[in-house]
Design a protein around this ligand. Structure first.
Ligand code: ZN
Length: 248
């Protein structure tokens, strides 16, 4: 029986939805993030705002929400030249991967998260990786995650479960899942407080949240929200649980 979890929580839409999922499933939930010299500290600020709002808006979750951990991973900047850690424009590489790709980044994150979970007595690692809106990151694939679950469980001689609630759903379904878990209040919290934009833009407010509206992360989030909102507005479109109210 799993009762405790550690959520890899960056302050974006996906990891915020994962946090809500964990809080609805488990008795005690802690959060972890990594500071690796991102060009924008916006994400790290967003996550603190999201945690604050979770505690004030969702009393049923507030008591379960435990310690937040921020690990310094500046060393990652020494092995990458990518646009997330350096002042380089986002683009696709000839390899077919975006230049936001830091080789093995997610493997490092999971390993450190497992080490912390071991020390804190937490059983489940929850991460918002996804194959459906696939950016080409091989360390976010389902097979990679299953292999990591096995490697970490063997290597630490402790059974870990790695849970990936978003692995097979698209961005519209991620919005729907948020609505299922926390209603319109959670959807609005995600719009207002989470951050996704690669450029760290918080000056432009759209129906789906803040961002430049141009980068691939904004594009994905905006298109997902548009599909979610249009299904909600179509009479008879009784989809899976997660529909916002018709009046919205
Ligand atoms: Zn953007």
């Amino acid at each position: 029986m799993h009762t405790t979890a550690l959520v890899l929580f960056s302050g974006g839409q996906d990891s915020t939805t994962c946090l809500a999922h964990a809080l609805s499933q488990y008795e005690r939930v802690e959060t972890i993030a990594f500071d690796y010299g991102q060009r924008h500290k916006v994400e790290l600020g967003a996550r603190l705002n999201v945690l604050r709002e979770f505690k004030s808006q969702f009393p049923q979750w507030a008591d379960k929400l435990g310690q937040d951990h921020l690990l310094d991973l500046a060393v990652l900047g020494q092995v990458s030249e990518c646009s997330l850690t350096r002042d380089v424009a986002f683009k696709m590489e000839s390899s077919g991967l975006p230049n936001t790709f830091v080789p093995g980044r997610n493997l490092l994150f999971l390993t450190l998260a497992a080490a912390l979970a071991y020390r804190r007595g937490l059983q489940v690692l929850v991460t918002g990786v996804c194959e459906t809106d696939f950016s080409g990151y091989p360390d976010c694939r389902d097979d990679t995650i299953k292999a990591m679950q096995l490697a970490l469980s063997l290597g630490m001689d402790k059974r870990f479960l790695i849970e990936t609630p978003l692995m097979w759903i698209d961005k519209a379904d991620t919005w729907r899942l948020a609505h299922t878990l926390g209603g319109q209040a959670l959807v609005e919290l995600i719009v207002e407080h989470t951050h996704t934009c690669y450029l760290g833009d918080r000056t432009q407010r759209h129906s789906w949240g803040y961002g430049c509206g141009q980068c691939p992360a904004c594009d994905l989030r905006a298109r997902g929200y548009a599909r979610y909102a249009s299904d909600a507005a179509t009479p008879g479109a009784e989809r899976a649980p997660g529909l916002p109210p018709r009046s919205a």
